[in-house]
Write a protein that binds this ligand. Structure first.
Ligand code: ZN
Length: 263
């Protein structure tokens, strides 16, 4: 942990200090820092800073909602005795390579990226939640099914017109080489990892829900319940679907224009 509170992957220890990967993916040497003990769970609030992620019709930024929900997940897990490290704890831009390197260094029991979706296929009768798991990991698949089950159950209390993909559910997505499409799943192999797209920030009624702290709490507590059941039960989870092929899209997280904060 850097003096200003950034959880950064350490590549080496030298007489000058810790050689770390910065939020923008550069290398820096820190004369001071605090080692981070291996946590049970790494939470990864998607996007941050100038890289906002999707923006709702109510101007709500995905990065802000992702962090608010992640903070609820963290507090709920910690109240249940589960240790947590976050890849970002404020509205700072952190590139994907630094996030995944942190997971590889810490080797937690589970990693969950928190996101909110856009570009649905159309209306649905139930929440269009998606959870993506590592294709070759039965553990990640079970974690994805448990988070899916809890989030859909929790959001179903709201009577609004939902949207989603026709193949929403707990699923995988592969790249042209047959590996996991998403960086945070592909580059964290060895740690059961899931990307949760909880609801559609691009959908006006869902964006209005997501702006409410009580709804952020409902989402965060549901994700935490899914993680707790993964850690403490053998429950199988549900919502598994076979995904339809999808064209590649740029999902952000690169380093172009990134400016590191004071570490
Ligand atoms: Zn996102």
């Amino acid at each position: 942990m850097s003096p200003h509170g950034y959880a950064l992957p350490v590549d080496a220890r030298t007489p000058q200090g810790w050689v770390v990967e910065t939020p923008c993916g550069n290398t820096a040497t820190l004369a001071a820092g605090t080692p981070i003990a291996t946590p049970a769970v790494v939470l990864d609030p998607g996007h941050g800073g100038g890289e906002t992620g999707a923006v709702g019709p109510n101007h709500l930024r995905e990065a802000v909602v992702n962090l608010a929900v992640s903070n609820v997940v963290k507090a709920t897990l910690e109240a249940n005795g589960v240790t947590v490290v976050m890849t970002r704890a404020d509205d700072t831009r952190v590139v994907l390579t630094t996030r995944s390197a942190l997971v590889r260094k810490l080797r937690p029991a589970a990693m969950v990226s928190i996101h909110h979706n856009s570009s649905p296929d159309g209306p649905r009768n139930d929440p269009g939640t998606e959870t993506y798991y590592q294709y070759r990991s039965p553990q990640a698949k079970r974690l994805a099914g448990l988070i899916y089950e809890e989030v859909v159950h929790a959001l179903s209390q709201y009577q609004i017109p939902w949207v989603g993909l026709v193949d929403a559910g707990a699923k995988y997505r592969l790249n042209s080489q047959g590996g996991d499409y998403y960086h945070m799943l592909r580059e964290t192999a060895g740690t059961p990892s899931v990307i949760a797209e909880l609801a559609y920030i691009s959908d006006p009624p869902e964006a209005d829900l997501l702006a409410r702290p009580d709804v952020q709490r409902v989402e965060g507590e549901a994700v935490a319940r899914g993680i707790l059941r993964y850690l403490r039960t053998q429950d199988p989870g549900s919502g598994y679907v076979t995904p339809l092929p999808r064209p590649s899209t740029d999902n952000g997280g690169g380093s172009e224009g990134c400016v590191d904060p004071a570490l």
